[in-house]
Design a protein around this ligand. Structure first.
Ligand code: ASP
Ligand code: MG
Length: 404
């Protein structure tokens, strides 16, 4: 007998037929003698729909109230699943974020989980009740409803798994697991049997959409075994594991791409101490996170600084940068909203040479110009023109021997 946390995403609970199928699957797991906490997303499309309703009223809805609004999506699905399970004759109870004592900070629409008090969930489990927790939501120190950012129920699930001491956290989604690349872009992509926390973190941070990155951070920190699998079949999916476990010894585990990037360049900046700090402090102030940065020196004690930001933050960033530019005596500010990144990630990169050269060669052969490069110990990312993103992803997948 184990303690299992199962998380079902929006597609898996997308309609009432599917919710009843989830109830059956949960019941089957329970019948095998396991204790179960189920974490749910809202029905697919519901969170978007709720956000759109607020937007009809205003472009700048009150942020506290927006969280109260979007949290209702998950309130529906947990209640419906509890109703379905009870109808099948099982003991089940839904808990909203505050009832499950998922305590967060107060950053509306992007709150972080601070602690979870597992007592109430454990008491229900002790009574052999299936516990159904609303994902994506929590409660701040003042008792306000908060939400955890898009895709946040992954993080709810892993955090709950850590808090109750689950043996495994199963993430049920509409794909079979974690792939070497997005199968919609690369038909030859393969499912990975295992992937390390570090590789998954890099991939999630550079375009892989399968898990919210914070869920992987939790899994790593609390060493929660995570199993990403499909709710539409019985097959095993991908295990996310810490590194000492047996794993595929490939140099590159996956190729990811993010198309939601933009680039800002500020030219002829006086090359003196404090300039970069002024610029990036101003960008940080408006809450925009910068990804890649390059600085090129020009003659005459001048320099150009280029950096990337999420496309959604592009306009705000440009406004602020223009102000700073005139304050520090830079010549001009330019930008490009059609930037993508392609990344290769793998632990084998630490010990293999020539990986970067091969990546750049592959892009060159495909006529793709590299605008910026960033690396970590286990990842290389290139910023390129968005129109080349899919082609570059496929070419790299082939070049690094990942095709099926
Ligand atoms: N319902 C939320 C969203 O659509 C949270 C989640 O599904 O993970 O982002
Ligand atoms: Mg998701």
């Amino acid at each position: 007998m184990s303690l299992i946390v199962q998380k079902y995403g929006g597609t898996s609970v997308g309609d009432l037929v599917r919710i009843q199928k989830v109830a059956r699957r949960v019941a089957d797991t329970y019948d095998k003698g396991h204790d179960l906490v189920v974490v749910l997303s809202a029905m697919s499309g519901v969170t978007d729909h709720l956000l759109q309703m607020a937007e009809v009223i205003t472009d700048t809805p009150d942020r506290r109230e927006l969280d109260v609004l979007v949290a209702t999506g998950e309130q529906q699905t947990v209640a419906l699943l509890a109703i379905a399970l009870k109808n099948l004759g099982y003991k089940a109870q839904s808990l909203l974020g505050f009832q499950a004592e998922i305590k967060t900070d107060s950053s509306w629409s992007n709150a972080r989980i601070v602690t979870i008090n597992p007592d109430r969930m454990k008491a229900l489990l002790a009574q052999k009740t299936i516990v159904i927790v609303a994902g994506f939501q929590g409660v701040d120190p003042k008792g306000n409803v908060t939400t955890l950012g898009r895709g946040g129920s992954d993080t709810s699930a892993v955090a709950v798994a850590a808090a109750v001491g689950a043996d495994v956290c199963e993430i049920y989604t509409d794909v079979k697991g974690v792939y070497t690349a997005d199968p919609n872009v690369v038909p030859k992509a393969r499912m990975l049997k295992t992937v390390t926390h570090d590789v998954m973190l890099e991939m999630a941070d550079h375009g892989a959409k399968v898990l919210q990155i914070r869920s992987v951070e939790f899994a790593k920190k609390f060493n929660v075994p995570v199993h990403v699998r499909s709710s539409f079949c019985e097959e095993e999916g991908t295990m996310i594991v810490s590194e000492n476990q047996d794993m595929e010894r490939t140099v590159v585990a996956g190729v990811t791409s993010s198309k939601k990037e933009a680039r800002v360049t500020i030219t002829k900046v006086p090359d003196q101490p404090g300039v970069a700090s002024k610029l990036f402090a101003a960008v940080a102030e408006i809450g925009v996170s910068v990804d890649m940065i390059i600085q090129n020196t020009r003659s005459g004690n001048l320099t150009d600084i280029t950096f990337t930001v999420p496309r959604a933050d592009y306009k705000r960033t440009l406004e602020v940068v223009k102000k700073v530019a005139s304050a520090i005596g830079a010549e001009s500010v330019a930008g490009d909203e059609n930037i993508a990144t392609v990344s290769i990630t793998g632990v084998g990169m630490r010990t293999n040479r020539g990986v970067a050269a091969k990546m750049f060669e592959t892009l060159a052969e495909n006529g793709v110009n590299i605008m910026m490069i960033s690396t970590s110990e286990i990842r290389i990312t290139c910023a390129i023109e968005e129109k080349f993103a899919d082609q570059a992803t496929r070419a790299l997948h082939t070049a690094f021997g990942l095709d099926e």
